[in-house]
Design a protein around this ligand. Sequence first.
Ligand SMILES: *Cc1c(COP(=O)(O)O)cnc(C)c1O
Length: 463
Amino acid sequence: MTLISTQTPTAELQALDSAHHMHPFTQGAGLAEKGARVITRAEGVWLTDSEGHRILDAMAGLWCVNIGYGHDSLAEVAAQQMKELPYYNTFFQTTHVPVIQLANKLAEIAPGDLNHVFFANSGSEANDTNLRMVRAYWHAKGEPDRQVVISRKNAYHGSTMAGMSLGGMAGMHSQGGIIQGIHHINQPNYWLEGGDMTPEEFGLARARELEDAILEIGPEKVAAFIGEPVQGAGGVIVAPDTYWPEVQRIIDKYGILFISDEVICGFGRTGNWFGFEYYGTKPDIITTAKGLSSGYIPIAASIVSDKVASVIDTVEFNHGYTYSGHPVAAAVALENLRIMEDMNLVDYVKNDIAPYLAEQWHALGDHPMVGDTKIVGMMASLALTPNKDTRAVFKSPAGTIGYMTRECCFGNDLIMRHVGDRMVVSPPLVITRDEVDELIKRARKSLDEAYEKIKAAGLFEAA
Ligand SMILES: *Cc1c(COP(=O)(O)O)cnc(C)c1O
């Protein structure tokens, strides 16, 4: 066995990585040829790789490192908890202090009657819990036919069987199919799908697809609707203003449950504790993960309303994970929330750094390749286009231009992702104004370089 350490040369680490490590959402053979980037350290919004590059992480890892890297107190809390009580389960009428503290804290932060918490280890698992919970709810209420959950195309709700099925990613569905009883309606993506409508008309039309679906399936068979306030992995798709009020009206009219997937939008990302507060909707269950621990440790939580919990509590809900409410993870999440409150991070996002980023983000709209610019709080996207006036898509297969642009960002030590031909950022919430300036400077430079390459390759052409 080779001794592997941070001192091992990068090329060797890359070879060892591709020999034995299967990466998520990656074509392994392609990566083996290229070699993965090896990240060794991080501080604030900055990553360091094995070659000593300092990289601005405008994605907060995978949308999760809300408080930024390098908060030692989370490590200290974890070490302390591991020494005191590294593990105990919460299945058989037992509990422990960190899980009590965290459940109480989440009930306090979550508005309205969202007062009950079921823990999981990832957003995917929490959505598995939610799917089972809404079906169990209607079963316990004496309406066992209410099984169907309505979701949206291009939604992301995770990668487990239920998470993937609830999600609306065609590339995931095509690898093995989805589980029964999940129905997908169209997404509120005006830029790509708005046609000749105004954004307002389009928002209403897409919301009314929910009503059409309910009527087609039969209201007595629909359990719930699930949606992200802003679609994250789908490309930071921000619905027109008319969309969410109409969705809420339809949910209320038919009395179905509403699951707001807050895995990205939760914990300050939109300038509120939760994304649904930004839109004023009234979910019955919210899915949280990512920002709950700022990614320092895996933990997720379904935060459940009095309405749902009071019914679920009347039955034995045969569901749970060995590590539901893991004491170390709960302690770390609590410390993360303490830091967020201590730094007034939600307020900082809402009143300071998000408006600052928004101004500069929208200014990128003058770039010849940038059409749509969208931003809600600290999640933002740019649509790349060969013709802004017609909202044209490129002739090259979707994602070609986005990928080329992302590679230019990497070259400039900026982590900005692409989703198809949309560029997205979701930086740590603690990012400073100077760092936002740097982000924008590198983004513009990367867009310029990509634009030149794309033109030179004859790819700046509409479909
Ligand atoms: C990331 C994500 C998930 C899945 O969370 P995992 O922790 O990766 O399982 C679910 N929903 C949304 C909105 C997400 O962004």
